[in-house]
Design a protein around this ligand. Structure first.
Ligand SMILES: NC(=O)c1ccc[n+]([C@@H]2O[C@H](COP(=O)([O-])OP(=O)(O)OC[C@H]3O[C@@H](n4cnc5c(N)ncnc54)[C@H](O)[C@@H]3O)[C@@H](O)[C@H]2O)c1
Ligand SMILES: CC/C=C\C[C@H](O)/C=C/C=C\C=C\C=C\[C@@H](O)[C@@H](O)C/C=C\CCC(=O)O
Length: 273
């Protein structure tokens, strides 16, 4: 099991919702976290609150719009220089608004991939790094079809495909970098509130999904911790839905005889409780 206590973590979109819950769960386990967000007021406020509880040396906020490549690289490097390196990268920032679908792709897909590339370059052992873990906050919409938000679904499928492709790279053992995706169904956060307020034309179908399935962000965070701590998982897709708040692996890993190279990912079917 991976020991979180001494880990140095970078989280995007951490000022609210699932990102915030993940940061709090990481801090409670002893990690150091630099988080970024486009919302400076919320980020600064959270930094102040968390520093009182965990100490100024363990929590740093930096404002960043993840769609700005230079800003994202700058905050990533700030995390590296502040902590002397990074062990875990969590690409979490995301939105759900089909009306601004190009922006949604830029945040949910392009920026998450850019975050992965920065982390991989920093962590890979075959290029002088010390290894690490990259976890992308995708969605159930990265695994299943969801006709009520097709671009969001595409944005999340892309992240899942990218992550699994790297996880199954034949040289992943040499690189020493482990990959995972957190794939929640509906979670009770601002993302859903905004959806309800701003996209009324789609409400009947959303209403059904939201009313039947919502879980609290703390459940998503606990499932995230399970995925992070499970150092035998590479390419893990961890779902979180009502009735399975503790998380459920859709894929984990079958490891070949030599350990990590050429891993085959196994589908783990959903069995209703
Ligand atoms: N809430 C859900 O039902 C749900 C379900 C599955 C997956 N997700 C995913 O979880 C992630 C977090 O979403 P959430 O539900 O916590 O929503 P949220 O709105 O509470 O949090 C998202 C955070 O990302 C930040 N953000 C948005 N655009 C940004 C940008 N350009 N640069 C930097 N930060 C930016 C926001 O300011 C916010 O703090 C997203 O990737 C989302 O797709 C959410
Ligand atoms: C309406 C949009 C709300 C939230 C955004 C979220 O990112 C998108 C989620 C998209 C689809 C969610 C589907 C959820 C389905 C579950 O209620 C359930 O039907 C799935 C059952 C089992 C899956 C669990 C598993 O395979 O591990």
């Amino acid at each position: 099991m991976l020991e979180i206590g001494d880990k140095r973590v970078f989280v995007t979109g951490g000022a609210s919702g699932i990102g915030r819950a993940i940061i709090e769960a990481l801090l409670a386990k002893g990690a150091k976290v630099l988080f970024c967000d486009v919302n400076a007021d919320a980020g600064k406020g959270l930094e102040t609150e968390l520093r009182k509880q965990y100490g100024a040396d363990r929590v740093i906020f930096a404002q960043c719009d993840v769609t700005n490549a230079q800003q994202l690289e700058d905050v990533f490097q700030k995390a590296v220089s502040s902590f002397g390196g990074l062990d875990v990268c969590v690409n979490n920032a995301g939105i759900l608004d089909e009306r601004i679908w190009e922006t949604m792709l830029a945040i949910n897909t392009t920026a998450q991939i850019r975050g992965c590339k920065l982390a991989l370059d920093h962590m890979r052992r075959d290029k002088g790094g010390r290894g690490g873990v990259i976890i992308n906050v995708a969605s159930m919409a990265g695994i299943v079809a969801a006709h009520y938000h097709p671009v969001y679904t595409a944005s999340k499928h892309a992240v899942v495909g990218f992550s699994l492709s790297w996880a199954t790279h034949p040289k992943m053992g040499e690189m020493g970098v482990r990959w995972g995706c957190l794939c929640p169904g509906p979670v009770d956060t601002k993302l859903i509130t905004v959806l309800e307020e701003g996209q009324a034309e789609n409400l009947p179908v959303y209403r059904h999904v939201l009313d039947t399935n919502k879980v609290p962000p703390e459940s998503a965070a606990q499932a995230f911790i399970r995925l992070l701590e499970d150092d035998e998982s590479n390419g893990g897709l961890m779902t979180v839905v009502a009735g399975r708040e503790q998380g459920h692996y859709r894929k984990r890993q079958l490891v070949d005889a030599d350990g990590v190279s050429n891993p085959r990912l196994a589908d783990i079917p959903w069995t209703p409780t």
